[in-house]
Design a protein around this ligand. Structure first.
Ligand code: SAH
Ligand code: SF4
Ligand code: F3S
Length: 449
């Protein structure tokens, strides 16, 4: 039952796509409960920060935001208005009570596994003015419990199929903030996919911290992998495109590689983080694969789908990394050839094994290595995009651009592309002739609808 729209909420999302998805689901539950969204944080009755803990900067940003929000809460209080401040996401899970100690204006701290309790906990803190910290891992399908109709804000819709991680890379907080691997059942995912398509989605982006470790309950109770889930979703009417992220090299099995060869809706793009090209570093990171194994895996994927665009994540300056190790990463990048990639300076995270190693790399060395790696990756991205010039690609248009009559979409290879057109292209797929190429995006003209 929809109550009258009396209260407003402001929600800010940090971090990865899983947080974006979680924010969408929280939004749906709030709207169902009669809240309306506002982008005016100073006048919101409820402020939620959905936070990220992956690197130090991400975590610190939250506290500077909270300081400003506290000031707004004080102003509102003087005007007789209450403001509920909630911290959700991975900082909430990792720091719990520390958050309310550092910033006493926070009313509610809620970890990613407890979102189904959000409406109830907001009501409780509003009524009692009690401060609540909720960071349990209940191990149930939280989103099945936070049941509210799915809405789509873009033709490309996120759909979380798996959460958590059992890999324990020595640099990473995710196994602690998101908990153990958990896969949703195929039936609940298919139901949600149908809802998303009915609401206007054309593309499903299947999400998981380790999405290719997916092993959910399939038909007749047996467990199915990501490849079979993708095939089932591809059979749903209206599913034009499927993508998935993020994958771990260890879970890239033959069935999933085969799906890239023969499921037409599965887009030729793969984000497969490698982190380093040095076997010594990969072992110290507990990645459980070597550089050669990664390169061999890429070769097998390219055999199945020769035009696949590859993306990756890299960490430079992991403890003990030498110049020679950094060179090996550059060599791996040259051997593979990436269409795009993300690279980061190692950031020591409290509670992770690597943070207590004594061989931390000085900041200026990290910066220098990052610059060299990014220069190479940028050049590869430019080279990849340059191949598109003069060709024609099917583009799914996702939104309007900044210029009047401009639309922004994605090629199958996830390249951003800008096109001018009459009418409304959002949600439509059209063949676009690529006329101009920049490092981060393409420009084209409609060749055929
Ligand atoms: N589940 C994914 C992504 C995890 S987080 C995976 O397995 O790859 C996204 C990226 O952040 C990671 O791939 C890694 O490159 C980076 N990252 C994680 N922890 C980090 C840290 N402590 N310092 C710097 N980068 C980090
Ligand atoms: Fe973190 Fe490693 Fe798990 Fe990815 S696989 S989420 S990097 S621990
Ligand atoms: Fe950040 Fe948590 Fe995602 S730490 S990257 S928001 S899983």
């Amino acid at each position: 039952m929809q109550r009258p729209n009396t209260k407003s909420y402001f929600l800010k999302t940090f971090g990865c796509q899983m947080n974006v998805y979680d924010s969408e689901r929280m939004t749906e539950a709030l709207v169902r409960d009669g809240y309306r969204e506002t982008d005016d944080v100073a006048n919101a009755d409820l402020v939620i920060l959905n936070t990220c803990h992956i690197r130090e900067k991400a975590g610190e940003k939250v506290y500077s935001d909270l300081g400003r929000i506290r000031d707004m809460k004080d102003v509102r209080k003087r005007n007789g208005k209450n403001t509920v401040i909630a911290v959700a996401g991975c900082v909430a899970q990792a720091e719990g009570h520390e958050i309310t100690t550092r910033q006493p204006a926070v009313d509610l701290v809620i970890g990613p596994q407890s979102y189904h309790r959000l409406p109830e906990l907001i009501a409780r803190t509003e009524n009692t003015r009690e401060r609540i910290v909720e960071t349990e891992f209940p191990g149930e399908e939280k989103f099945e419990r936070l049941k509210a109709p799915r809405r789509v804000s873009s033709p490309s819709a996120f759909l979380t199929v798996q959460e958590g991680c059992d890999k324990f890379c020595t640099f990473c907080v995710v196994p602690y903030t998101r908990g153990a691997e958990f896969s949703r059942s195929a039936a609940t995912i298919e139901t949600e996919a149908r809802e998303l398509i009915a609401a206007g989605a054309k593309e499903l982006v299947l999400l998981g911290q380790n999405v290719n470790a997916y092993h959910g309950e399939g038909p007749s109770g047996r467990s199915i992998g990501l490849a079979e889930l993708i095939r089932r979703l591809a059979d749903i009417d209206g599913v034009e495109r499927i993508r998935y992220m993020t994958s771990h090299p260890r879970d890239m099995d033959d069935e999933l590689i085969a799906a890239h060869a023969d499921v037409p809706q599965l887009m030729p793009f793969l984000h497969l983080p490698v982190q380093s090209g040095s076997d010594r570093m990969l072992a110290a990171m507990n990645r459980k694969h070597s550089a050669a194994e990664y390169i061999d895996l890429i070769a097998r994927i390219r055999t199945a789908r020769p035009d696949i665009a590859l993306s990756s994540d890299f960490i430079v300056g992991f403890p003990g990394e030498t110049d020679a190790d950094a060179e090996e990463t550059l060599a791996l990048v040259r051997a593979v050839g990436f269409a795009q990639a993300f690279s980061f300076k190692y950031s020591p995270r409290p509670g992770t094994p690597a943070s207590s190693l004594e061989t931390q790399v000085p900041e200026e060395v990290k910066s220098e290595r990052l610059q060299r790696l990014q220069a190479l990756l940028d050049a590869q991205q430019a080279e990849f995009n340059a191949q598109s010039l003069g060709g024609t690609v099917p583009v799914l248009f996702e939104r309007r651009g900044r210029q009047p009559g401009e639309f922004v979409g994605r090629t199958p290879y996830l390249q951003l592309i800008h096109t001018a057109a009459d009418g409304d292209l959002v949600g439509r797929t059209a063949e676009v002739a690529v006329t101009e190429v920049r490092r981060l995006s393409l420009t084209g003209v409609i060749a055929a609808a």
